[in-house]
Design a protein around this ligand. Structure first.
Ligand code: NCD
Length: 363
């Protein structure tokens, strides 16, 4: 199946070859980020953002406009019918009548999958709760690949809130597939979900855990810092306890490799000191800028306006109902949208996972 008309909910919705094909187009798009192409003239993107965003929404909107297309936007859920109780399924079925592609960000895990299931136009996940953020991963890989030439063998320290950070949940899967080596560094309690580490290790990925960046900073090619995700904490006290847990300072960076790369999906809070901004290794603003060519490429190929030759579209296992099994995740869309039927993938020796949030199911 070609990339045209495809949804992008999880980074696993793209094969390696399709990701490479998008990067080839994105390399080309680098030349057009300050011009006006016409390949998407007459096409409309709808952005539905139910959580704050600066980079993701603006870079999608800039990308669509640079391609010659237009954007309609529902930037603030409080201003939309959600405030009146409209469901995701209804909202996207309305919006598909207005736009050719939908980009959605929503606080519930699995919400983008629901949007994709119900919308008759392609849906791109711009972050569904703590679950995934696949387009940020495309941007992250693109920036690494441009700086390092390839992903294979690149050693990446993933730092910060690896429990709640959706960018790292998509990124580890992609790094594993492309042969990157990962070290997870997080304050106690904010570790990468163990099930994720176990399944990546079982598939042969190089993924280890460490308590502090101090000892290993001289040993990595990329330092990928993340914000402690305040909005995903149960209480403010719990957040305050860990918010200062780690910080990249000029002093710490002085021990990093000369060709290391410091990345961050942004926004930063305390984890990147401002005095590293002028260090040539600080690449997070370049990374944010790379969001435009990457999203131009993605929108262009999904809308069928640009040719891309990726192969091997992944087959998603068919989700099914399983008697006596439920998703115990309160932050899953299934717990909030009453028309949905619980469905699961896996079984036959593998753990059953909720088809929406992908957490392990409870019995
Ligand atoms: C991230 C997000 O929204 O998950 N931001 C982004 O899209 N660049 C990271 C974050 O909010 O910490």
């Amino acid at each position: 199946m070609a990339l045209t008309d495809r949804d992008l909910v999880s980074i696993r919705d793209l094969s390696d070859s399709e990701i490479e094909a998008i990067f080839t187009v994105a390399d080309d798009m680098m030349r057009y980020t300050r011009t006006a192409l016409t390949v998407c003239a007459g096409r409309l993107l709808a952005t539905l953002f139910y959580e704050p965003s600066t980079r993701t929404r603006l870079s999608f909107e800039a990308a669509m406009q640079r391609l010659g297309g237009d954007v309609i936007s529902c930037a603030d859920a409080k201003m939309s019918s959600v405030a009146k109780g409209e469901t995701i399924a209804d909202t996207v079925r309305v919006v598909e009548g207005y736009a050719d592609v939908i980009v959605i960000r929503h606080p519930l895990e699995g919400s983008a999958r629901v949007a994709a299931d119900y919308a008759g136009v392609p849906v791109i996940n711009a972050g569904d709760g703590a679950h995934e953020h696949p387009t940020q991963t495309l941007v992250d890989l693109f920036t690494i690949r441009r700086a390092k030439g390839a992903i294979r063998g690149v050693r990446v320290a993933l730092c910060g809130d690896l429990k709640h950070g959706r960018t790292v949940h998509s990124l580890v899967q992609a790094l594993a597939r492309f042969g990157g080596e990962m070290v997870c560094v997080s304050p106690p309690g904010l570790e990468m979900p163990p099930a994720m580490v176990e399944s990546l290790s079982a598939e042969g990925a190089s993924i280890t855990q460490a308590n502090s960046l101090d000892d290993l900073i001289g040993d990595v090619d990329v330092i990928y810092a993340t914000r402690v995700q305040r909005e995903r904490f149960e209480s403010e006290e719990e957040y305050e306890r860990v918010r200062q847990a780690f910080r990249i300072t000029a002093d710490l960076l002085s021990r990093a490799r000369r060709d290391a790369l410091v990345l961050h999906p942004l926004p930063r809070v305390d984890e990147l000191a401002y005095d590293i901004d002028d260090d040539p290794r600080a690449a997070y603003f370049q990374q944010a800028a790379d969001g435009v060519p990457v999203r131009m490429a993605l929108l262009g190929v999904i809308l069928g306006a640009v040719e891309a030759s990726g192969a091997g579209a992944p087959q998603r296992p068919e989700p099914r109902e399983v008697a006596g099994v439920r998703c115990g995740n309160e932050r899953c869309v299934i717990a909030h949208e009453p028309y949905l039927t619980p469905r699961f993938t896996g079984g036959d020796g593998a753990p059953l996972r909720c088809a929406y949030c992908e957490r392990e199911a409870s019995t």
